[in-house]
Design a protein around this ligand. Structure first.
Ligand SMILES: *Cc1c(COP(=O)(O)O)cnc(C)c1O
Length: 459
């Protein structure tokens, strides 16, 4: 595998001296505690010189810290707690391997993700497989790989899983993905009445696609029922929805226990949604965990045994560890308004346009005095929508051609959306390892590689 060790030049840091740059770096770190930028300005300037821009820079230590913080948040729950990383958020192999060494579980949703996971040395016993399509072929491949914990969310999916298990002699542990149909305050909502994911806890007007229906079929088979799963949404700003969902689940379980007095509930998986501070204060894992803890312990008491609590997360675990570093290429003035064009765009950060996600942007070198100018931050694409909403934590004042623009919190739902619009090639990814060294973990895609990928050599 290609490895690049960065050799920093000892001089040539532009107009600023080394000491000055180091000071600027420290100040920036303190000023930006809201965005918790894990890199100094000096460091980012050097990396931009070495690798060019745009460039993603990931901090391994932050990835690891997040796993511990998330787990700590739920330490008030009396039973075992496991953290599961949702691969869809950032499937960079170096990131997957980092989480693997933290012994997290992994939330997988496609056989492509399964391929990445296995190629990175992931163990099948650490996977929770949750599909949307739940086809026969998909379950067949998943079971063949050795995965045994499977979440079903439709009657057709359960039929496929049961069919293969019987035909091939597998014994999967089945969880049911329920949709508690609760109101969710979040950037992305995944639970609602007649929602697309999972099956409702209600009887769903007699449809086969309801939690009780799936549960009865599993209990009547010789397959193992393992527990319940729900996922309410992403960037959840009010954790009360978790309480409502757990309460509804508890009622449902109590009702089903009348029918199946020995119904086992070994796992309760509360899905993802732990929010990230993009410049607006959000509840921390500790605050969320403390709020849920009485409800979780009460549920365990009602069940008469402690279930394993699984907390899934993608955004919280990966967002803050990564900076997308870009450079200002052009500016234009219209009265008091200044349009600043950077060499990134929504081909690198789709959520900036899709969800108007406000990523904090920081100009580097930072500007000591705020200049009174209204900045419109634009990407390099020839598309009306290619502008970046500013976050309350953004500091873009003093943006000039040649300066750097660090877009922070770019570790989640960003690299996975990289696309070649305007023949833009994928940027390199550099990881700052836990020991402080730098490693190129994805090389910059070349124009030739993109041309070939698009069939340039086939025609
Ligand atoms: C996307 C997803 C997650 C992760 O959500 P975050 O908001 O990134 O924590 C967890 N579980 C399921 C089932 C998901 O689809």
């Amino acid at each position: 595998m290609h490895q690049t060790r960065i050799m920093f030049l000892s001089s040539d840091c532009g107009a600023l001296s080394q000491t000055k740059m180091a000071q600027v770096g420290r100040e920036a770190f303190e000023q930006t505690t809201v965005s918790q930028l894990p890199f100094s300005e000096l460091e980012l300037s050097k990396l931009a010189e070495e690798f060019g821009t745009p460039l993603y820079i990931i901090d391994e230590r932050t990835l690891r810290t997040k796993v511990h913080k998330l787990k700590q948040g739920y330490s008030g729950y009396k039973g075992p707690v496991k953290i599961a990383y949702s691969i869809k958020t950032n499937f960079t192999p170096a990131v997957l391997k980092t989480f693997m060494s933290e012994n997290t579980l992994f939330d997988l949703t496609s056989t492509g993700e399964l391929y990445f996971y296995l190629r990175c040395g992931g163990k099948p016993e650490n996977v929770i497989y949750t599909s949307v399509t739940e086809t026969w072929e998909e379950f067949s491949e998943v079971l063949r790989s050795g995965i045994r914990l499977i979440v079903v969310g439709s009657s057709n999916g359960l039929s496929n899983l049961m069919g293969i298990a019987e035909k091939e002699g597998y014994n999967p542990k089945i969880m049911i993905r329920v949709d508690p149909e609760v109101g969710v305050k979040a950037e992305v909502r995944a639970s609602r009445r007649n929602g697309r994911f999972g099956v409702p806890l209600s009887n769903n007007a007699g449809s086969l696609d309801c939690a009780a229906g799936l549960l009865r079929r599993i209990m009547a088979s010789h397959l193992e029922f393992e527990g319940f799963h729900f996922h309410l949404g992403s960037q959840i700003s009010d954790p009360a929805c978790f309480l409502n969902a757990l309460e509804k689940l508890e009622h449902f379980i109590a009702k089903m226990r009348r029918e199946f007095p020995h119904l086992p509930v070994n796992i309760v998986d509360i899905g993802g949604g732990t929010p990230v501070n993009y410049g607006i204060r959000v509840p921390t894992p500790l605050e969320i965990g403390s709020m849920l803890e009485p409800r979780l312990n009460a549920l365990a008491a009602t069940l008469g045994s402690e279930f394993t609590l699984i907390v899934e997360s993608g955004r919280y675990l990966s967002a803050e560890a990564c900076v997308l570093l870009s450079r200002v290429l052009n500016t234009k003035n219209f009265g008091d308004q200044k349009v600043v064009f950077i060499d990134a765009g929504y081909h690198l950060l789709l959520d900036a346009v899709l969800l108007r996600q406000e990523y904090p942007q920081l100009i580097i070198p930072s500007c000591e005095n705020e200049i009174n100018e209204k900045i419109v931050l634009a990407g390099r694409l020839c598309d009306t929508y290619d502008t970046y909403p500013l976050s309350p934590a953004s500091k873009v004042s003093g943006a000039e051609i040649g300066k750097l623009m660090a877009i922070t919190h770019a570790g989640a739902y960003s690299i996975v959306f990289n696309m070649p619009f305007h023949c833009q090639t994928k940027p390199a990814i550099v990881m700052r390892k836990a020991n402080g060294s730098y490693k190129c973990v994805r090389q910059h895609q070349t124009n030739e590689q993109l041309f070939e990928e698009e069939g340039g050599n086939l025609v």
